[in-house]
Every structure is written in C-alpha cells, then in structure tokens.
Design a protein around this ligand. Structure first.
Ligand SMILES: [Cu+2]
Length: 163
C-alpha cells in the first residue's frame, strides 16, 4: 500500500540539502540487533535505526514468529532512577534517522523462543502507519557481548546533521 500524497514535499527538501543521497526514498530499518538475556525467561531487548524516508512514517509495532510479545519502550528518568515504559508508537520524521539504542528507546521482547541463541539471528517484522511492513534479520548477541553496530553509543552527538 502506498500513500502518494506525501511525495510532493520531498523534492523541495532534497534540493536544499547538499548531500541528497543520504535521504532514502522510502523508510528503512538498519543495524538491527538483539541482546539476549543472561537469565532464561527474562526479556531480551532489540535495537535498530529507522529512517523516515521521503514522507516520514510512524512505527506502530514489531512482531516476530519466535517471540510471544514485543513492546516498544522508552527509557525515562523518574525520581532519579532510569525506568522503562511502553509507548504506543514512534514518529519517524521525513529524512531523519531515529535510533533505538541502549539507554533510550528499544523493543522489549517477552517470551523469546529458547532456540534463539547468540549468533542465530532473529527475524523482526516492523509495522508502519503507512501500511508498509519491513522484515529484517537482527543479529543476536549474549548479554555481555559487544554490540555489533554503532547505534550503541547512546548520548553521543553524531556530527554532520546540521538543519
Ligand atoms: Cu524495556
């Protein structure tokens, strides 16, 4: 399903930017990885990067054949402590990349198939408000392993994204 009414503004946005090739024509999901729990039965966490493409989009849900329930979580400071809480959806603005990373937003995976282990990968299905679905194989790592992608450096300022 496509919603072409959003396409008209994209050409204007690209013309103003010297590095037009950075803007993806459609939304993308990249660098997905899952940190499995060190304790059986405890939830795992999924991290990834979303680009809104030319029209922007809204992430509504993630599901997987091998996970019972996946919630979208954000991390907030409450009474001086870091807490997670569910969010219903996440807006991905046109041309922008939103990182789900440790210490920030993430997918919380409850009831992961025990056959999913470090190195097996795990297919995640991303559902967007536009009606588009994107499936991606996330890298699975053990609780103490180094993250495989650069979206693990929460809090760092990535230069070169001037407005
Ligand atoms: Cu969480």
């Amino acid at each position: 399903m496509r919603f072409p009414i959003l396409a008209a503004t994209a050409a204007v946005a690209l013309a103003a930017c010297g590095q037009a090739e950075e803007a993806a024509p459609v939304e993308t999901v990249e660098d997905a990885w899952v940190r499995l729990s060190a304790v059986d039965g405890r939830p795992a966490a999924a991290y990834f990067e979303l680009n809104g493409g030319e029209g922007g989009d809204t992430l509504l849900a993630i599901d997987s054949e091998r996970v019972a329930t996946i919630e979208l979580h954000e991390t907030v400071m409450e009474d001086g402590a870091m807490r997670m809480r569910p969010v219903m959806s996440v807006d991905i603005p046109a041309g922008e990349t939103v990182s789900f990373e440790p210490g920030g937003m993430h997918g919380m995976l409850f009831g992961v198939d025990p056959e999913v282990t470090p190195g097996t990968s795990l297919t995640l299905n991303f559902r967007f408000g536009s009606g588009r679905d994107i499936s991606i194989d996330a890298v699975t790592i053990a609780a103490g392993d180094e993250p495989p992608f650069g979206n693990s450096d929460a809090g760092e300022d990535h230069s070169g994204h001037e407005m």
